[in-house]
Design a protein around this ligand. Structure first.
Ligand code: NAD
Ligand code: TYD
Length: 349
């Protein structure tokens, strides 16, 4: 079994690569990543020496390159995670999201279709997507696999578009696809532009914690290791052509989550109770900010038997401990490009 994982140097991708390499030593895993600001080979240092692992630096927006990669390697499966993934960046520079998330996905679909056309038996194209394609919920209800798409940000619109293309390659060309839509992930190796690692880093450095709007927006958080396990289950047992929602039934308003994070950080850093909360600063809300996400993952639990393994309180504590014990990783990724981005993003808020 030879699987191509795209975006394997990113946050979730690196967990998926590690999971497949260690759980399935007989598989060959090729990690294709163009190493944007979000891609970091240090995320895979512990597994990069494994003989069944290969890294290829390449861009999914390059159709010719993809076609020759597929012809050279004859992959049995694709797990596609490569994407531009940050909503705030998609508001600042939307075009990169269309190019990578939409065109890049279509290039991959084309390469798989061309290479597999003689025989799709045993093949699988697994597209990793987000719950943000469903839009925003009010106070009640959850996203199911039947919820109509209603994306609001350039990021979620590009992911929604890519999901439609993946389904169309199944319906039109018979490509054996499967899709999952997951809620917000947290855990080790997440780039500190996303809420949890950004705030951990700012607390360490006594910098303000920029809470958008009133902090009342709600997200449904899942530990990234549980997402990787769900991806394994869906890759091996999911029904071709189907969609699976992944989530931990774990809704938190941003402000409640931030207060919990501040309490954990105070304890771990040996600071007085309430010290980190003083850094909370309310800033201008994100444009088009979705109010609430909540995932109904009962189909995945019922049909494929997946369940999350850890409570949020425990997962968040493990996550804080990881960032505190990986100061070098954090300072490496918070220098350079990122510094510049941070100054621009928060300057006017
Ligand atoms: P990330 O930004 O941490 O990583 C993305 C990776 O893709 C990086 O390694 C980057 O170098 C690579 N990449 C970007 N453009 C590329 C290109 N043109 N060619 C090749 N590689 C390229 O993202 P993440 O948070 O790990 O998300 C991974 C996937 O999971 C994305 O598709 C995202 O939409 C989806 N997802 C993320 C979350 C979340 O909470 N982070 C939740 C649900 C779904
Ligand atoms: P984020 O981690 O960017 O994930 P997403 O937008 O994909 O859900 O943001 C999570 C929530 O935290 C979201 O409601 C926006 C909010 N947020 C802040 O309040 N301040 C920040 O600096 C960031 C990055 C996010």
């Amino acid at each position: 079994m030879h699987i191509l994982i795209t975006g394997g140097a990113g946050f979730i991708g690196s967990h998926v690569v590690r999971h497949f390499l260690t759980r399935y030593p007989s598989y060959t895993i090729t990690n294709l990543d163009s190493l944007t600001y979000a891609g970091n080979l240090a995320n895979l240092r512990d597994v990069e020496g494994m003989t069944n692992y290969h890294f290829v630096k390449g861009d999914i927006t390059d159709a010719d390159f993809l076609m020759s990669l597929f012809h050279e390697h004859r992959f049995d499966g694709v797990i596609h995670l490569a994407a531009e993934s940050h909503v705030d960046r998609s508001i600042a520079s939307p075009t990169a999201f269309v190019v990578t998330n939409v065109l890049g996905t279509v290039n991959l679909l084309n390469a798989a279709k061309t290479c597999w056309q003689s025989n799709v038996e045993g093949k699988r194209f697994y597209h990793i997507s987000t719950d943000e394609v469903y839009g925003s919920l009010g106070n009640k209800g959850m996203f199911t696999e039947e919820t109509p798409y209603d994306p609001h940000s350039p990021y979620s619109a590009s992911k929604a578009s890519s999901d439609h293309f993946v389904r169309s390659w199944h319906d039109t060309f018979g490509l054996p696809v499967v899709i999952s839509n997951c809620s917000n992930n947290y855990g080790s190796f997440q780039f500190p532009e996303k809420l949890i690692p950004l705030f951990i880093n700012n607390i360490i450095h006594n910098k303000p914690l920029p809470v958008y709007g009133k902090g009342e927006n709600i997200r449904d958080w899942l530990w990234v290791v549980d997402h990787a396990e769900a991806i394994d289950v869906i890759y091996h047992k999911g029904k071709t052509g189907d969609t699976y929602n992944i989530g931990g039934h774990n809704e938190w308003s941003n402000i409640a989550l931030i207060r919990l994070l501040c309490r954990i950080m105070d304890t771990k850093l040996g600071r007085a109770a309430g010290e980190s909360e003083k850094l909370i600063t309310y800033v201008t809300d994100r444009a088009g900010h979705d109010l609430r996400y909540a995932i109904d993952s009962s189909k995945l639990q019922r049909e494929l038997g997946w369940v999350p393994s850890i409570t949020f309180e425990k997962g968040l504590e493990l996550t804080v401990e990881w960032y505190l014990s990986h100061g070098e990783w954090l300072s490496n990724v918070t220098s350079g490009n990122y510094q510049h981005y941070y100054e621009e993003m928060y300057a006017g808020r």
